[in-house]
Design a protein around this ligand. Structure first.
Ligand code: FAD
Length: 527
């Protein structure tokens, strides 16, 4: 047996886990199926001289604890945080910029509604206070429901105390908001439709849900736990998202881990016993004391593990684990910076750009995917990273990264191979209405459909977060009740990816939490 730990997948969580495990003295190997590590955190050459974040475009944000523990700055990670978080565009040519700075944002909102401008600071403060209470949950291993340990109870007790410290008003808000439809939540705060839709969009980002779906406010609360704001981060690394993947790979190697790319695992066998083995596509076999899967739960249990190794009941639950992908990606290389109607200041374009000006617009965009079609009027989340990092494109030229929602994994008519161009053309038409002349600026484009996300990037169902992040697939239920502590029914197989708590986004936390549990099992000689 050569390795203590083999990690299947070199996504950012796999790499974070590799760093911590190698640092704790375990002989660790990462096997990444693609030719490049990073998973969602990759920068790819779109066209000679144009480099773009292939999938993700704004970091989760990455946990500050992980950044400090792994010394990522020393390993090359340099974050760019634009002053503008999100610029919301309206088809009538109006726009609303949400800055990190509350005062500047209030001035922007004031142009739309005096009342909204007045309540906005309280909205921000309330999410920030609630976020602070929820934040410790992120780096916690969810407690066992059946047999909570003393540590589980102690940790939960601490969160309970912090909850009591919120005060009655915020306590009620937290309890009430989590199961609420995000459309209801925003309409309790604001009267400006553009502002409502911009906030609500974050509740449905990546989800098979519209703003009127129950439980979508949870996305805002979780976002607030991650960085204190309901709006979602706009930070990204220098060099694009690959800057994170590369810094983690350098840190993992410095800690002693080995990394192999173009090494796709075809099978995990004997993980219930003492000698688990991995078989690579091509037939090579490698043994390890422990296997950690960074692949999503459905890929891990329904593709890589022999079903005969698993209890039928567990298999049934895993088959019911929901991962219906609804996001596609369009990356553009542009000859110049597009001019957006009604936007006078380029700095406003430096964060994320939101298209989806009304709650009903977002709901209708979702409707299409319910019936197996992509939206003709999609919700778009856009970033132009070359504005903050000119090294990504030749001088004066730009790259644009576009998340397109809703684009269902399965189309009712035709398929993604035949409808790819029609899909891209529709998105460009949509953009053209906000940025006239954009089509003429396109030097090259890349379309990544949910089917590509499954086939090329290994995401089952094309789901960007390794599975829906709804209340029933959350915290102690992620991925399944009874299996939320990174362990699995197979004694020597663990999970460390976004399908575990605290879920998707470039945070590094599932990887860090999993590594802590695995290192403990080694220490206590359980494996
Ligand atoms: C289009 C898109 C846009 C997104 N935008 C954002 C964003 O802007 N901000 C944000 O925070 N999050 C975003 N996300 C979500 C984010 O990418 C994920 O939550 C995050 O990547 C999860 O990290 P991970 O390490 O757990 O898994 P992944 O990044 O999925 O990495 C898993 C790795 O395992 C590898 N793998 C899978 N199967 C095998 C196998 N059999 N053998 C070997 N290797 C294997 C894969 O190739 C991959 O490298 C986006 C995701 C997508 C798809």
């Amino acid at each position: 047996m050569t390795y203590d730990v083999i990690i299947v997948g070199g996504g950012h969580n796999g790499l974070v886990a590799a760093c911590y495990l190698a640092k704790s003295g375990l002989k660790t190997l990462v096997l990444e199926g693609r030719e490049v590590v990073g998973g969602g955190a990759v920068t790819e050459e779109l066209h000679p001289g144009f480099r773009c974040s292939g999938l993700d475009h704004a970091a989760g944000p990455v946990s500050s604890q992980v950044v400090a523990d792994l010394n990522l700055a020393r390993h090359g990670l340099e974050m760019i945080t634009p002053e503008a978080r999100v610029l919301a565009l309206s088809p009538d040519g109006k726009s609303l910029c949400i800055y990190n700075d509350v005062g500047r944002t209030v001035s922007e909102i004031d142009k739309f509604s005096k009342n909204d401008a007045k309540v906005y600071p309280e909205f921000v403060n309330s999410f920030s206070r609630i976020g602070r209470v929820l934040a410790p949950l992120l780096s916690m291993t969810p407690p066992s429901i059946d047999q909570p340990t003393k540590t589980d109870l102690w940790q939960l007790g601490k969160v309970g105390l912090a909850f009591r410290g919120l005060g009655k008003k915020d306590e009620y808000r937290l309890l009430r908001w989590a199961p609420m439809a995000v459309a209801d939540l925003v309409s309790e705060w604001f009267e400006t439709e553009l502002l409502r839709a911009t906030v609500a969009a974050r509740g449905i980002h990546g989800a098979f849900a519209g703003p009127w779906s129950a439980g979508t406010s949870l996305g805002l609360l979780w976002q607030a736990a991650m960085d204190g704001s309901a709006f979602g981060s706009a930070s990204y690394p220098k060099g694009g998202m690959g800057g994170l993947g590369q810094a983690l790979a350098t840190a993992a190697k410095a800690a002693g881990a080995e990394i192999r790319t173009s090494a796709r695992v075809a099978q995990i066998s004997d993980a219930y016993g003492d000698n688990p083995k991995l078989m690579l596509e091509g037939g090579e076999e490698i043994g390890s004391r422990v296997v950690v899967s960074n692949a999503d739960p459905r890929t891990t249990f329904l593709k890589l593990v022999d079903p005969i190794d698993l209890e039928p009941n567990f298999l049934l639950k895993m088959r019911n684990y929901r991962a219906p992908g609804v996001v596609a990606k369009l990356n553009l290389a542009l000859d110049a910076l597009p001019a957006f109607r009604g936007v006078d200041d380029t700095a406003k374009l430096s964060g994320r750009i939101h298209i989806g000006h009304e709650i009903d617009y977002l709901e209708r965009a979702f409707d299409a995917s319910k019936y197996g079609d992509f939206s003709s009027n999609p919700y778009l989340d856009i970033n132009i990273p070359s504005l903050g990092d000119p090294s990504l494109a030749p001088a004066g030229k730009h790259v644009m990264s576009i998340h397109v929602q809703f684009a269902p994994y399965k189309l009712r008519q035709g398929d993604w191979t035949t409808r790819r161009d029609e899909f891209a053309s529709n998105v460009i038409d949509k953009l053209e209405a906000y940025a006239p002349g954009l089509r003429e600026m396109i030097v090259a484009s890349q379309v990544i459909t949910p089917l590509d996300l499954e086939q090329k990037y290994g995401l089952s169902g094309g789901h960007i977060h390794h599975g829906e992040q709804t209340l029933d697939q959350f915290f102690t239920f992620r991925p399944l009740i009874g299996w939320a502590q990174y362990r699995t029914p197979l004694k020597r197989l663990y999970l460390c990816g976004a399908g575990t708590h605290p879920g998707g986004g470039l945070t590094g936390l599932p990887g860090a939490n999993a590594a802590r549990e695995i290192a403990r099992d080694f220490k206590e000689r359980k494996v």
